[in-house]
Design a protein. Structure first.
Length: 369
């Protein structure tokens, strides 16, 4: 069995990260084969997957299989720092660069020199920092905050996200050029519910691990318990499975684990498929919504649907006309005309007096009434 685990750390007790990963399911074995192919290169890799699927474990294995394995592996959670400190944490700072900077400090890029830098939750980076990150990746050098001197770096960057960056790009929250710079190679981690062959090997690993920690011999999983584990949707993925096993062993240490001993969350996810005609696909949801409108006998449906789509897209893009136009496939002029016609955008004419001001193209909700 191929098993990866995180180094022991007290912080893992309260973490939502997966602490172990196996590759028994056919989907996982295919991922492992792909991982082994791309690991020796220095190409940037974007690892995508839900929270708790083992993205950091995959990043660590990429590092161990690469030519940089003798260098450091530095893992940074981009969502863990206040926005005002992200730049200093990543790129470092000089003494006096800001209040409290009593001495110069290297950033995480410099700390990872000669090795691998893993940027988790890359989608949480502020746009201003994304611009500087792009420059670092292009120029292979960093400039510390408060300094004018560039520092050469030799780092392989692996990034991970649990959000759809394409949607973040459409909404104006993530830079498209940075996305393509990071996404030279992409690795998609399936949620645990979609790789059932990994569930029981992981459960047995956690039983052995927590039995050792609790000072009791490992217990067996009954057939009914195995079926219950395999039938559950695991919205929290591997980390949730670990928590379930830990809780179970606190109560059941001297007998086989039965189905009633497993306390699973009631937050179950519907089964998903990868086929385009799945019941929960976007097309199917739209078809059901249209069918309900038809059944209700609503009039002027074309205009109703058009206006609803326009309003939803405009709010999704945070009232940004350019991004809304791109999302809907319209020119900005056409979009602007439709927003004005629908009342979503109010344009006040310039007053004849010099003191007058033009409120040009503000969302209606942003204007005083």
């Amino acid at each position: 069995m191929q098993l990866f685990t995180l180094p022991p750390s007290p912080a893992l007790a309260t973490s939502i990260r997966a602490t172990a990963q196996v590759f028994e399911d056919p989907r996982s074995q295919a991922l492992l084969a792909h991982l082994r192919q791309v690991a020796p290169s220095d190409a940037s890799v974007l690892i995508m997957g839900e929270t708790g699927t083992g993205k950091e474990l995959v990043a660590r294995h990429l590092h161990q299989l690469s030519n940089r394995r003798q260098g450091p592996f530095v893992a940074v959670n981009c969502g863990a720092f206040p926005e005002s400190l992200v730049e200093a944490e990543l790129f470092g700072h000089d003494k006096g660069a800001f209040t409290g900077a009593l001495s110069a400090k290297a950033g995480w890029f410099e700390e990872a020199h000669g090795g691998t830098l893993f940027l988790d939750e890359i989608g949480d980076l502020p746009l201003a920092v994304q611009v500087k990150l792009l420059r670092v990746l292009q120029e292979r050098e960093v400039v510390r905050l408060g300094s004018r001197k560039s520092v050469p770096i030799n780092v392989r960057v692996l990034a991970a996200t649990n959000v759809q960056l394409e949607q973040a790009i459409s909404a104006g929250h993530f830079r498209e050029d940075l996305y393509y710079r990071l996404n030279v190679v992409s690795l998609a981690l399936d949620p645990l519910r979609d790789r059932p062959g990994d569930i029981l090997p992981l459960a047995r690993h956690f039983i052995a691990d927590y039995s050792r920690r609790l000072g009791c011999p490992p217990v067996a999983l009954g057939a009914d318990a195995q079926q219950k584990l395999l039938g559950y949707s695991w919205p929290g993925n591997i980390r949730e499975l670990e928590n379930v096993v830990h809780h179970t062993l606190l109560l059941c240490r001297d007998r086989p684990i039965g189905a009633d001993d497993l306390h699973l969350s009631k937050l179950k996810l519907p089964a998903r498929t990868n086929t385009p005609d799945a019941d929960d696909s976007a097309e199917a949801l739209l078809a059901r919504a249209f069918q309900r409108l038809f059944d209700d006998g609503s009039s002027a449906l074309h205009g109703l649907v058009e206006q609803a789509l326009l309003r939803a897209a405009y709010r999704y893009c945070h009232f940004n006309q350019v991004h809304t136009a791109e999302l809907l496939g319209l020119s900005r002029n056409v979009l602007r005309a439709q927003l004005i016609r629908s009342g979503e955008l109010v344009v006040k004419k310039r007053r004849p007096a010099a003191a007058g001001h033009l409120a040009n193209g503000l969302p209606a909700s942003h204007l005083s009434r």
